[in-house]
Write a protein that binds this ligand. Structure first.
Ligand code: AMP
Length: 213
């Protein structure tokens, strides 16, 4: 079954999607990762996206929808998990149109529920591997050797948008634009909320129970 996973910044979307990829063979389509790759490769899309991302704002719908359209078109035969897309009602409507065209469906929209007061700490302490993208937390999920990725030995860095001033903006943008997707997917009858507090494995178990896989 195809899935999408959404929630506030720091709710654990990327971590749980990566686990679904590793253990259940999903193709992860992460809009954030796609933009970060475009930035790394200095493509015209990357240069444009960076302006918005660095300030904690959303990349405009049209650019984002076109990107996802392209990637979904390239993965027609794979079961996918959309991670971080859609983030606005307009994107959600465009996704429905796109899936109809491709004759595909998303079976469940998983919402990772984490109280707002927990999100800031998660984001400020988050470190990512510059090389493979693995995610750590300085307190709750530290690497074995400080500053080094357990998987590949790559350097761990703080994302530019995980700095304190940008985090506030990202949380406000989430409330205004993305939180309304809860009602959107409730109306579609595919909404499932998951308690996003606990260890990575505890949360993953809850997801598996809901997915019945
Ligand atoms: P993420 O890695 O999901 O936290 O996304 C990082 C940043 O990429 C966000 O703060 C946005 O600036 C941008 N971004 C990711 N996904 C989207 C989306 N669906 N729509 C607009 N902007 C996005």
């Amino acid at each position: 079954m195809n899935l999408l996973i959404f929630g506030a910044p720091g709710s654990g979307k990327g971590t749980q999607s990566a686990l679904l990829v590793e253990k259940n063979n999903y193709k992860q389509i992460s809009s954030g990762d796609l933009f970060r790759n475009a930035i790394k490769n200095q493509t015209p899309l990357g240069l444009k996206a960076k302006e918005y991302m660095d300030k904690g704002n959303l990349v405009p719908d049209e650019l984002t929808i076109n990107l996802i359209k392209e990637v979904l078109g390239e993965n027609k035969d794979k079961k996918f998990i959309l991670d971080g897309f859609p983030r606005t009602i307009k994107q959600a409507e465009a996704l429905n149109d796109l899936l109809r065209e491709l004759d595909r469906v998303v079976g469940i929209a998983l919402f990772l529920e984490v109280p707002k007061e927990k999100l800031k700490g998660r984001l400020i302490g988050r470190r990512v591997c510059k090389n493979c993208g693995a995610t750590y937390h300085v307190d709750s999920y530290p690497p074995k050797h400080a500053g080094k990725c357990d998987n590949c030995g790559g350097e761990l860095i703080q994302r530019a948008d995980d700095k304190e001033d940008v985090i506030e903006q990202r949380l406000d943008v989430y409330e205004a634009n993305t939180a309304p997707l809860k009602d959107f997917y409730k109306r579609m009858g595919i909404f499932k909320s998951i308690d996003g507090l606990g260890t990575q494995d505890e949360i993953y178990k809850r997801i598996i129970e809901v997915l019945e896989i």
